[in-house]
Design a protein around this ligand. Structure first.
Ligand code: GUN
Length: 302
């Protein structure tokens, strides 16, 4: 039987470790670490993510603010908001929720965030620090994956790790973090030849593609550790039949839609030695790592 890598358990451990750091920061500086989240437009998924972030910040006793603006906001107006947050001494972490409306220059806005407040780890300064193995703020989702592997005592050094997906948010930093842990890393993408064969070489397989249950049994080396970063919604019964076992199919029929990752859940449970389920695997870690980054940014600044 494969081990289920429970992201909720790891999230709770990380949150528990954050609490005394917040307490001692407050005792030392007479203020709480401060997180500002900028939300532009009315993307309902983004609104849910931001609510969850601020709810967790509240639980941990952080100071938090959500700066919500309509989709009509211009790049210059967003740059002015970021400049103001950069200058505020009570704000340690700035997060611009993505995606931004298409008329806004996202790259320019991410570049404007002060690197020492860049709790997403997206600024080229922090990307450079990561790629050269120096301390800096790391992207939340891939650093959450490393936490899961370490806390379940899954060895990384010397192992073949394959990352499927090369996004700036997950794939690329994931590869760099695995490399830093001395894995032998391969990054795959849409132009990779014979993707199943490359993936079957993985002792640690990380799927971050954004395609519903694309990774099936023929991609997974028996006994591999599989990390599923995907978060996709299954909406049609035809797709649900391909993806779910009878119990979850019944659940799908009740709800009309269900979350699934980039890996076929049944195949992953059957072929791997350990895996992160969706939901309840990598997802819960992203917010916990954001909280930890905010505290770390505050500690470094004060
Ligand atoms: N949208 C989806 N994931 C993320 C993330 O990790 N950070 C930000 N800022 N926006 C996101």
């Amino acid at each position: 039987m494969a081990t289920i890598l429970n992201g909720n358990t790891v999230r709770d451990q990380i949150k528990a470790e954050c609490l005394p750091r917040v307490t001692s920061f407050i005792a030392r500086t007479e203020r709480a670490p401060g997180l500002a989240v900028v939300l532009v437009g009315d993307n309902s998924a983004s609104a849910v993510y931001v609510r969850n972030k601020t709810k967790t910040a509240e639980e941990l006793g952080l100071h938090h603010e959500t700066i919500a603006r309509p989709a009509s906001l211009t790049t210059d107006e967003l740059l002015a908001i970021v400049a103001h947050l950069n200058a505020r001494t009570d704000i340690d972490g700035i997060l611009i929720q993505l995606p931004l409306p298409s008329h806004i220059d996202s790259q320019m806005c991410l570049l404007a965030v002060a690197p020492e407040k860049d709790v997403d780890g997206f600024h080229p300064c922090n990307v450079g620090l990561l790629s050269t193995g120096r301390p800096g703020l790391r992207p939340c989702t891939p650093s959450g994956v490393i936490e899961i592997l370490k806390r379940y005592q899954i060895p990384i050094a010397g192992r073949n790790a394959v990352v499927v997906g090369r996004s700036d948010i997950v794939g690329k930093p994931m590869a760099l973090l695995l490399l830093q842990e001395n894995a032998t890393v391969t990054v795959c993408h849409s132009r990779t030849r014979d993707l199943p064969a490359v993936c079957r070489n993985a002792e640690i397989l990380v799927a971050a593609i954004g395609r519903t249950a694309m990774i099936t049994a023929d991609y997974i080396q028996p006994g591999a550790v599989v990390i599923d970063v995907g978060m996709n919604t299954v909406r049609t019964r035809e797709e649900a039949e391909r993806v779910f076992d009878p119990a979850r199919l019944a659940d799908f029929d009740k709800r009309g839609s269900l979350l699934v990752g980039d890996v076929h859940p049944g195949d992953m449970a059957r072929v791997s030695s350990a895996y992160t389920p969706v939901p309840g695997g990598v997802g819960p870690l992203t917010i916990a790592m954001l909280m930890r980054n905010t505290i770390e940014a505050a500690e470094r600044r004060c």
